[in-house]
Design a protein around this ligand. Structure first.
Ligand code: PEP
Ligand code: MG
Length: 324
């Protein structure tokens, strides 16, 4: 199987009926780029920048960050590169950032909430991203967006920093897409409204599932509620994809679900544009997608979304859509 997959390394991801999708990788550091290219990644669909801030005793400077982001963009050599702004809080803490203890950190001051609360910290990252933008195909993504105001505020800060840099005579790319993660149900429900203002969506199913089922993703006792195939999740995924396409925008997925062989046929049928996963899953996913027909999957999606439980969906896909 490995040999069968290896020949797919330099191929585009095109289904049996000629529909192209993009297979990207999730990365944590610039060092991961080698693995992305070795595994035939067409993009970076999620660069988790928080690792740049972790395991040290002070914030990374603007220059340090610029260097890391430029390294990733140069390494990807013009391929789409989605960089997520700082997603700290929840389970990820910084030793040098002394924040009040929270009873429910996953429902607390994390990710974009923290960045908007500490704008200087956020502005430094945005400046670094903008300065690095001339080195590749940068797309900036804000995590944990729950309301349209959060997106507007974050984007306004980005545009302010861009204007400042331009005044300082520093070159900035003019084609940076600005998108959001959809990992909070409110945002999935309001996707049609967001779609008018964002350039793209990336569905973060790890958190979207946790917040939809109100089940801590780290808590083993409720792990049965991690249900990517539950129609509740599939219907939200459909809403997001449809809303984006209606406005001529694209939708990716960067949660674990994107690389799952049971999810892939459904996501193809729903019209997902970009699948982002760990680099080691890319070739297997490409092999699977090349054997599937988009039209065929589209014709089955209504039935799948009408099923009642996660188990029913899983059974249906296993019986009908695997080993095509
Ligand atoms: C997600 O929530 O699905 C996601 C990709 O982000 P993280 O796993 O970093 O929270
Ligand atoms: Mg998340």
């Amino acid at each position: 199987q490995k040999a069968e997959w290896a020949v797919l390394k330099n191929e585009a991801t095109v289904t049996k009926d000629g529909h192209a999708v993009e297979l990207g990788a999730n990365i944590g550091t610039p060092k991961d780029i080698a693995g992305v290219l070795e595994n035939g990644g067409e993009a970076v669909g999620l660069y988790r920048t928080e690792f740049l801030y972790m395991g040290r005793d002070q914030f990374p400077t603007e220059d340090e960050q610029t260097e890391a982001y430029a390294a990733v963009l140069k390494g990807m050599n013009g391929k789409p590169t989605v960089v997520r702004t700082l997603d700290i809080g929840g389970d990820k803490e910084l030793s040098y950032l002394d924040l009040p203890k929270e009873l429910n950190p996953f429902l607390g001051l994390r990710a974009i909430r923290l960045c908007l609360e500490m704008p200087d910290l956020f502005r430094t990252q945005l400046r670094a991203l903008l300065r690095a933008s001339v080195h590749g195909n940068l797309k900036i993504m804000f995590p944990m967006i729950a309301t349209l105001e959060e997106f507007r505020q974050a984007k306004a800060l980005l545009l302010e920093e861009k204007a400042k840099l331009q005044e300082e005579g520093i070159a900035v790319s003019d084609s940076i897409e600005v998108g959001i993660m959809v990992e909070i149900p409110s945002t999935a429900v309001m996707a049609d409204v967001f779609a008018k203002e964002v350039d793209f969506f990336s569905i973060g199913t790890n958190d979207l599932i946790q917040y939809t089922f109100a089940a801590d993703r780290m808590n083993e006792s409720v792990s049965y509620l991690y249900q990517p195939f539950n129609p509740a999740i599939l219907r939200m995924v459909k809403m997001v994809i449809d809303a984006s396409h209606k406005e001529g925008k694209w939708t990716g997925m960067c949660g674990e679900m994107a690389g799952d062989e049971i999810a892939i046929p459904i996501l193809l049928g729903l019209g997902l544009d970009e699948f982002s996963m760990s680099a080691s899953s890319i070739l297997k996913a490409r092999a699977q997608l090349k054997k599937l027909s988009k039209a065929d999957m589209e014709s089955q999606v209504d039935h799948i979304l009408s099923l009642s439980t996660s188990a029913e969906v899983e059974e249906y896909v296993k019986a009908n859509l695997l080993n095509a």
